[in-house]
Design a protein around this ligand. Structure first.
Ligand code: C2E
Ligand code: MG
Ligand code: MG
Length: 757
């Protein structure tokens, strides 16, 4: 019996040592404190083994020391283990040192036993026919027991408290250790009071160590995992269906039950119901997307099926998850819509329109398409005058009209603020209808009507390979050519337009150099009096281009007028005119210079001209200023002030091209000018010459009575000259006398009369 017990305890020592080593190697967070506790347990159990097996007094005393000090170490490590295992908050420093202090004091007093003999002694008895040294406890031993029991009971209390308060799922985790501690505690107490020679409770301590190892390091809480997974599956947003190996539905989570109205007590009809809704759901591993009609609503689902294998790889069942993706699908659809549509008008956005046009043109190589660029004239003004809200409303009206008028084969969208783009198959393109729609585009709101001026540039896609934005550039180029016109709504692109645009770009780039190097220079055209004597000249710009040769004004003036660079030309021409006048010291000829209406936007014309005559010391009356009636089209009052200021400064102001505009007579009433230059159009051959002559002579009479001088432009024949002279015209300009010529050549004219012999 004694040795049988010894063998059992020896086995436990080995088992504890193995568990301590395994714990040290384990990566689980509890492992280090478990290793310490089990390692500590080896000591008292070994001490007991020595006591049981030895028949020698000294050895037995050593065994008792190992046993008692080992118990102190066990209590010490058990405290650390308990706090970790039970997730206790860290104890206060006071509590900690009280426990450790007691254990250290107890160990110290036990170690003093050989000197004071106060803790214990041994007495030899016979057990199993051999000497056995039984413990005789004294006061020191009682102290040792009080300390160890005190700490032990505190630990049992902690486990009890955790057992009562922790969620039920964790009960077994605490209960097993709590119960084993209670058993060990009772067993040990029994030994103490029974005075039985051999301490069998050590088996309990050993088993306790093994249990701790099992629960803290080895054990995986399967029940806990099961419950957690079941909870997760239950709470999942997608419907989850479990099937057994025979394909029968055995469980459905809450979402699945609610979505498909499945009775929570009878899952079996689920498979049939799902097949009815989604079609075949057999098979083991698949994912698919389904769109189904739910009443009038379209719903989108993702179905995912997986099989479940047992440990031998046999199919034990399957689960199907069904995710309602309707919201995500609609959100994605909305995102796609937002990215491809203009938020104000709901038309395609520019990028998306380009993309659609590209695909359409590429997919239909046999069809010809018209690319249209639509622009609302002066839309900024609409915004400024009527407010942004009205502007937005106007844009929506334009968009609605496109929707209404364009067929399903047409693509259209908003390109930018006030421009729209369209792509129309050629056979559907009806310019007359488009023009009719554009020319009477009226917006009605709150009883008021507002007329929008809309222009349309069209490019017939002849080069299919160019980028869509380039197609629109061409349509826009066509539009640009009619932008300032109120009666023309539509223009179709031709290559000349592109050449024109390229040319415009080129001369804009080259102009500064042309001015600096004198490629741009004045030619002079003589102006003669009624005797044919040269009295002055008009300075007309010519560009002697290094590669293009001689350029007449029509090649560059209109373009430069458009982009505003005309002001640079005029400033240069005026300066040249002044230079020429300074050289003409021995005559009193004048030079007429042209002033473009655009000049007024870019400079203070009065300041510029007065500055020039002052700089060159030229008498202002010798620099005549030609201004056309179009100058008066904007800001009339201000322009009248400018003309007055010029006259006050001593310049002679001439109204150029009189009669070529819409309201020359009207202008004459208000424009403060000295001279009227009658447009050459009056001299052109007409069917009824007598009628033209009557008008001309009336103009002469009128200018005379207004005390204005007159110059007739474009005189080409002697007959014209004589007739005009007879009508009372004072000065003449035209090829009949001289064509515009280089300044050097002009000087040769001065000596001879230009009048017919
Ligand atoms: P404009 O100021 O009315 O100039 C008269 C134009 O009539 C000149 O054409 C002249 O060469 C032309 N002309 C003169 N006599 C006859 C004739 O008997 N028969 C015909 N068929 N034509 C005649 P040009 O030089 O080509 O200038 C055209 C227009 O270009 C000018 O018309 C003027 O508006 C503009 N321009 C010319 N130089 C300048 C300039 O330096 N600055 C500005 N702003 N405009 C200029
Ligand atoms: Mg002129
Ligand atoms: Mg003229």
């Amino acid at each position: 019996m004694r040795y049988g017990m010894g063998a059992v305890i020896a086995l436990l020592v080995v088992a504890l040592a193995v568990c301590a080593m395994l714990s040290r190697k384990s990566k689980r967070t509890m492992a280090p404190s478990v290793a310490k506790l089990i390692g500590a347990l080896v000591m008292p159990v070994t001490g007991n083994l020595v006591i049981i097996l030895s028949g020698d007094r000294t050895l037995s005393i050593l065994g008792y020391f190992t046993y008692f000090l080992g118990m102190n170490l066990v209590m010490f490590t058990m405290l650390g283990f308990t706090f970790r295992y039970c997730h206790m908050p860290r104890p206060s420093q006071g509590m900690k040192w009280l426990a450790y202090g007691l254990l250290i004091a107890d160990a110290a007093q036990l170690l003093c036993n050989p000197i004071f003999h106060h803790a214990f002694d041994t007495e030899a008895i016979q057990v199993a026919g051999a000497a056995y040294y039984r413990l005789i406890p004294y006061a020191g031993q009682t102290f040792h027991r009080v300390v160890c029991y005190g700490i032990f009971l505190a630990i049992v209390g902690i486990f009890f408290w955790k057992m009562v308060t922790a969620p039920r799922l964790y009960l077994e985790r605490y209960a097993v250790i709590f119960l084993s501690m209670v058993v060990v505690g009772i067993w040990e107490t029994f030994y103490i009071f029974s005075r039985s020679p051999i301490d069998r409770s050590m088996i309990g301590f050993g088993c306790f160590g093994l249990l701790v190892y099992y629960f803290a390091v080895y054990y995986k809480p399967v029940r806990l995992l099961d419950r957690m997974l079941a909870n997760v599956a239950s709470q999942m947003l997608q419907g989850v269906f479990f099937f057994d190996a025979g394909g029968r539905c055995v469980w459905v989570n809450r979402a699945g039950r609610e979505t498909f109205h499945i009775d929570r007590d009878n899952f079996e009809p689920s498979a049939e119901l799902l097949t009815e809704i989604f079609g075949d759901i057999s098979g083991e591993e698949w994912v698919r997307h389904e769109a189904i009609m739910d009443g009038s609503e379209r719903k989108y689902y993702q179905l995912e099926k997986h099989s479940i294998q047992d440990s031998r790889g046999r199919t034990a069942g399957a689960f199907l998850s069904i995710m309602d993706e309707t919201e995500r699908h609609l959100a994605a659809e909305k995102d796609r819509y937002d990215a491809t549509h203009d938020s104000l008008t709901g038309l395609y956005s520019r990028e998306y329109l380009y993309e659609r046009i590209r695909k359409t043109v590429d997919a239909n190589p046999d069809r010809t398409y018209m690319i249209c660029f639509l622009d609302i004239n002066d839309f900024k003004m609409v915004n400024d005058v009527f407010g942004r809200e009205f502007g937005d409303y106007a844009l929506k009206c334009v968009a609605d009209s496109l929707r209404r008028d364009l067929g399903p084969e047409c693509l259209y969208g908003r390109l930018s603020g006030d421009t729209f783009g369209m792509c129309i198959p050629k056979e559907n393109f009806a310019p007359e209808i488009a023009v009719a729609a554009l020319s009477r585009f009226t917006i009605s709101r709150d009883g008021a009507e507002f007329h929008l001026i809309i222009h349309q540039g069209v490019y017939e896609v002849a080069e299919r390979n160019i980028e869509v934005p380039d197609m629109f550039d061409r349509a826009s180029m066509a539009l640009e050519s009619i932008k300032d016109e109120y009666n023309v709504q539509l223009a179709v692109y031709d290559d000349a337009m592109r050449d024109g645009a390229l040319w415009a770009q080129r001369i804009a780039g080259e102009l500064p150099e042309a001015i600096r190097t004198g490629q741009l220079r004045p030619y002079l055209q003589a102006i003669v009096n009624e005797k044919g004597r040269v009295v002055g000249a008009e300075a007309l710009a010519r560009w002697i281009h290094p590669t293009e040769g001689f350029l007449a004004p029509y090649r560059f003036i209109p373009t430069l007028e458009k982009n505003g660079m005309i002001a640079q030309v005029d400033r240069h021409m005026w300066r040249c005119a002044c230079e020429i006048l300074t050289k003409w010291k021995d005559n009193d000829l004048f030079i007429s210079i042209n002033v473009s209406p655009k000049d007024f936007y870019f400079m203070d014309v009065v300041k510029e001209l007065t500055g020039l005559v002052r700089e060159y010391g030229v008498e202002p009356a010798r620099l005549r200023v030609e201004i056309t009636e179009t100058v008066m089209m904007t800001d009339e009052a201000k322009r009248i002030e400018i003309l007055k200021a010029l006259r006050e400064a001593g310049f002679i102001v001439e109204m150029d091209d009189f009669g070529s505009g819409y309201s020359s007579l009207n202008m004459l009433k208000d424009m403060p000018v000295d001279v009227v230059k009658i447009d050459m159009a009056f001299l052109r051959k007409t069917e009824d010459d007598a009628r033209a002559r009557t008008i001309l002579s009336s103009i002469m009479q009128m200018t005379n009575s207004l005390k204005l001088s007159s110059i007739s432009e474009g005189v080409e024949t002697a007959e014209q000259f004589m007739n005009l002279r007879d009508m009372g015209c004072g000065m003449f300009q035209g090829y009949y006398f001289a064509k515009p010529m280089a300044v050097e050549d002009f000087m040769g004219l001065l000596d001879k009369s230009c009048a017919p012999a």
